[in-house]
Design a protein around this ligand. Structure first.
Ligand SMILES: CC(C)(COP(=O)(O)OP(=O)(O)OC[C@H]1O[C@@H](n2cnc3c(N)ncnc32)[C@H](O)[C@@H]1OP(=O)(O)O)[C@@H](O)C(=O)NCCC(=O)NCCS
Length: 164
């Protein structure tokens, strides 16, 4: 947890709405991902009934978003499509709170196993996933191309949800 002289902004968790699409695209673009997703792409994802999205927002201004996590369900499995916290809001526990809300919601929708892929150098994300019960399920060699052109492995992680 980050130590700061500034008070941590109070966050509330809520499901996403269609008109969050533009903000989700902005936060995603700060995530350091190789491809950015447009507001239109987020609108399509938010309209997809198999896609479940949690939002962390300011407790008194629900339109002010700190971060989000989005997963797609297929039968009794799901995959985290993306998770991102706005750069200035990282290290305050929002990523953890997003997953602590998201995992039980997926379990309640019948998901028994949740998967994700993470770049092997992405230490903050890997720590977050390990602390929320994910374990390594495999490696995809040379899966990501970094901005400098180097290739990086993807770690596949999984988390059983049947016991939630
Ligand atoms: C990964 C990400 C979502 C984490 O969100 P966050 O709100 O900063 O995470 P939290 O503050 O909840 O921290 C979760 C845990 O990770 C640890 N952590 C977070 N950032 C860290 C860092 N830079 N270095 C070391 N540990 C870190 C925290 O200490 C915390 O551990 P704890 O539960 O033992 O206290 C955020 O860094 C992000 O948006 N990154 C860019 C997008 C991205 O990489 N997404 C993942 C793609 S697979």
């Amino acid at each position: 947890m980050r130590l700061s002289i500034f008070p941590t902004p109070k966050a509330a968790l809520r499901p996403a709405k269609l008109d969050d699409a533009a903000e989700l695209s902005t936060i995603h673009s700060e995530g350091g991902f190789s491809g950015s997703w447009s507001a239109g792409e987020f609108e399509s994802l938010l309209a997809d009934r198999a896609v479940i999205t949690e939002i962390a927002c300011h407790s008194r201004s629900p339109a002010k978003l700190f971060g989000f996590v989005m997963s797609r369900i297929a039968a009794d499995e799901a995959e985290i499509l993306t998770i991102a916290v706005r750069r200035t809001n990282r290290g305050y526990g929002y990523g953890r709170r997003l997953l602590d809300t998201h995992l039980p919601r997926l379990a309640a929708s019948g998901v028994k196993m949740l998967y994700l892929e993470v770049e092997e150098d992405n230490k903050p994300a890997i720590i977050l996933y390990e602390n929320t019960g994910f374990i390594v399920a495999g490696i995809r060699k040379a899966y990501y191309r970094k901005p400098d052109g180097r290739l990086a492995n993807a770690i596949i992680m999984k988390r059983e949800l049947a016991n939630l």
